[in-house]
Write a protein that binds this ligand. Structure first.
Ligand code: GLC
Ligand code: CA
Length: 540
C-alpha cells in the first residue's frame, strides 16, 4: 500500500473557523482517490484540549468538536471505503490529556480507583529520581501536584501525563477503545510514542547525563513486548487491521522483535534513523545511503519497514532533503518522491509533499504554535543558549514547518479556509498549489501520481530485493530492485551539480519508466544526470 498522511487541522476547513475538519477531508476524497494512494493515516481526531494538537486526548471515544461530529466521521469513513481507501488512526496511549476524566479522578485523591492509571510519587518520599521530559521547559518529567502532595510523570508536556501500562485495567481500557474503533471499520492503528509505554516503575536512579542517550532507558523496556502481544491477541488478531508503532526501539533486535510475524506483535516498523540523517546544516548522502541500506537489510528476510522522509513532526521534505529554491524545487521534490516510492517497505507520503510544499519562514517565537517549539525556546533561554543560532535552527527544523495549511488554489488562504487559518498559509501558495499542479502535465503532482501507479503495477517495486551500488558516489544514489526475472534500476542525483555514473556492464537498460527531465543522457555506458534528476529504468 501507499499511505498518505493527513494532519486534519491543516487539510481543509469547511466552516470558516480556520481549522481543518472531517468534512474538509470528505470534500477532497476524489482528489485523494485520484492520487492513487491506498490508505490514509490521519493524525489524532479524538477530543483534545490541544496542548499538543490532539496528541493529548481527553476522550478516546469521541471526535474533536473542532473537527466535527461522530456522524461526520462515519460519513468520512464510508466515503473512504466506497473509494477503496483505508483509514489508519492514531492511538495516543503512552499518555492521555491531563483533562481526561481518568486523570481528573486520579489526581483527586490517593485512594481514588483511578489513582494507579498514572504514575504517582508521594512527596513525603522525597523528590523522585530525575526523568527527562521531551517537551518540558525544564526538561523535568515529574510535575508536583499539591492536591495529593505527589509528583506525576510526563515524558512529554505536563498536560500529557503518562499512563501506567503495568495496570491491567489501563490496558483493558485501551484495548476496548481500539475495539470500539475497529468495530466502526477503522482499518489500522498507529501507536503514538508507544515504545515508551513500558517503564521500570521503581524509578531507579539513572546515570548522570543519561538524557543525551535516553532511548536506551526509554525505548522498548521490559514489558513492552508483552503488552503488544496482549494487544495483538485482543485487538489486531480479531479484526482486519494493520498495526504500526512510532519508533523501532534501540537497535535492530528490538525492531525485529516488534515486527517478526511469528511473534504476533506489530505489522511494520517505523524507524527514525533515516529522517535523523538530515539535520540543520545539511546531511551527507553517503550517510543516508548507509542508513537506508542498513535498515533494508535488517528486514531482508523477516519483518517489514516504513519508508518516509517527512511527517507532522518534521520539517518539509523538499526544504530539508532537496532544494526549495524556485529553480530546483520541482526537480528535487520529484526526485525525492521517486525515492520514497521506489524503495522496499511501505511508503508514507505526507500531505503537501505531492505538490512540493516548503518550510515556512518564521522569525520570532510568537509566530510558532507548536508546544515543542515554545517549550524548547524557554529551555534554551534558561540554559543561556546562543539564541540567534537557536532561532535559525528552529526556523529550519520546527514541526510547524510541516503543519501549515494545505495549498489548494490561488484564492484567499490558498483555498484552505475562508476564515483566519490557525497557522499561517505559506506565502508561496500563489505558485505552489494543487490547482496549478493539476493543470500542468509536468507538475510535481502528476509525477507523484505516475510514481504511485508505477509502484502499484510493478510488484518488483514492492517486494523486489534492494541492492545498492556506486556506494561511494558522492552525489548519486543508485540501486536496483529485483524480483525473479524483473529488474529495475533507480538513479537519483541528490545534488544541484551535473554528475555522471558509469554503469556496470550487466545493467542493460531496456526502457525509461519515470524521469523528472525530458531526456536520458547516456553515452558509452555512462549516464549523466542533471541537477536532482531521478529516473527509474526497466532492465533487460
Ligand atoms: C509523537 C507524535 C508527536 C507528539 C508526541 C507526543 O511523537 O508524533 O506529534 O507530539 O508523540 O504525543
Ligand atoms: Ca473547520
Amino acid at each position: 500500500m501507499v499511505i498518505y498522511q493527513i494532519y486534519p487541522r491543516s487539510f481543509n476547513d469547511t466552516n470558516g473557523d480556520g481549522i481543518g475538519d472531517l468534512n474538509g477531508i470528505y470534500e477532497k476524497l476524489d482528489y485523494l482517490k485520484d492520487l492513487g494512494i491506498d490508505a490514509i493515516w490521519m493524525c489524532p481526531f479524538n477530543s483534545s484540549p490541544n496542548a499538543d494538537n490532539g496528541y493529548d486526548v481527553s476522550d478516546y471515544r469521541n471526535i474533536q468538536p473542532e473537527f466535527g461530529t461522530m456522524e461526520d466521521f462515519d460519513k468520512l469513513l464510508k466515503g473512504m471505503h466506497d473509494r477503496g481507501i483505508k483509514l489508519v488512526m492514531d492511538v495516543v496511549v503512552n499518555h492521555s490529556s491531563n483533562e481526561h476524566e481518568w486523570f481528573k479522578q486520579s489526581r483527586s485523591s490517593r485512594d481514588n480507583p483511578y489513582r494507579d492509571y498514572y504514575h504517582w510519587w508521594p512527596a513525603e518520599k522525597g523528590k523522585p529520581n530525575y526523568r527527562y521530559s521531551l517537551f518540558d521547559p525544564k526538561g523535568d518529567a515529574w510535575k508536583y501536584d499539591s492536591t495529593t502532595n505527589a509528583y506525576y510523570l510526563h515524558y512529554f508536556s505536563e498536560q500529557q501525563p503518562d499512563l501506567n501500562w503495568e495496570n491491567p485495567k489501563v490496558r483493558q481500557e485501551v484495548y476496548d477503545i481500539m475495539k470500539f474503533w475497529a468495530e466502526k471499520g477503522v482499518d489500522g492503528f498507529r501507536l503514538d510514542a508507544f515504545q515508551f509505554a513500558a517503564k521500570d516503575t521503581t524509578f531507579p536512579k539513572l546515570p548522570d547525563g543519561y538524557e543525551k542517550n535516553f532511548f536506551e532507558y526509554y525505548a522498548v523496556q521490559d514489558g513492552l513486548h508483552d503488552y503488544l502481544k496482549e494487544m495483538n491477541e485482543q485487538v489486531f488478531s480479531k479484526y482486519p487491521v494493520m498495526s504500526v508503532a512510532e519508533g523501532a526501539g534501540r537497535n535492530f533486535q528490538d525492531a525485529h522483535d516488534l515486527v517478526d510475524a511469528s511473534r504476533n506483535e506489530l505489522n511494520m516498523a517505523y524507524a527514525f534513523d533515516g529522517v535523523d540523517v538530515a539535520q540543520y546544516g545539511g546531511y551527507e548522502l553517503s550517510k543516508m545511503k548507509q542508513v537506508f541500506s542498513k535498515w533494508d537489510s535488517a528486514f531482508a528476510d523477516q519483518g517489514w519497514l516504513s519508508v518516509f522522509l517527512s511527517n507532522h513532526d518534521q520539517a518539509r521534505m523538499v526544504s530539508r532533503w532537496g532544494d526549495d529554491s524556485p529553480e530546483f524545487r520541482a526537480p528535487s521534490t520529484k526526485m525525492l518522491n521517486t525515492f520514497i516510492l521506489s524503495m522496499r517497505g511501505t511508503p508514507y507520503c505526507y500531505y503537501g509533499d505531492e505538490i512540493g510544499m516548503t518550510n515556512i519562514d518564521f522569525q520570532t517565537i510568537d509566530q510558532y504554535q507548536d508546544i515543542a517549539a515554545k517549550n524548547s525556546y524557554q529551555k534554551a533561554m534558561m540554559e543561556g543558549e546562543y539564541m540567534e543560532l537557536f532561532m535559525r535552527k528552529l526556523n529550519f527544523s520546527s514541526r510547524d514547518n510541516g503543519r501549515t495549511p494545505m495549498q489548494w488554489n490561488t484564492f484567499q488562504n490558498a483555498g484552505f479556509s475562508t476564515g483566519k487559518p490557525w497557522l499561517p498559509v505559506n506565502e508561496n501558495y500563489k505558485t505552489i498549489n494543487v490547482e496549478a499542479s493539476q493543470n500542468d502535465p509536468n507538475s510535481i503532482l502528476n509525477h507523484f501520481k505516475k510514481m504511485v501507479k508505477l509502484r502499484k503495477e510493478n510488484l518488483v517495486l514492492i517486494h523486489g530485493t534492494y541492492e545498492l551500488f556506486a556506494k561511494e558516489h558522492p552525489q548519486i544514489y543508485a540501486y536496483t530492485r529485483t524480483l525473479g526475472q524483473e529488474k529495475m534500476l533507480i538513479l537519483l542525483n541528490f545534488s544541484k551539480q551535473v554528475t555522471s555514473l558509469k554503469l556496470d556492464e550487466n545493467l542493460a537498460l531496456e526502457e525509461v519508466l519515470v524521469n523528472n527531465y525530458e531526456n536520458v543522457d547516456l553515452a558509452n555506458g555512462t549516464v549523466s544526470l542533471k541537477p536532482y534528476q531521478g529516473m527509474v529504468f526497466r532492465l533487460k
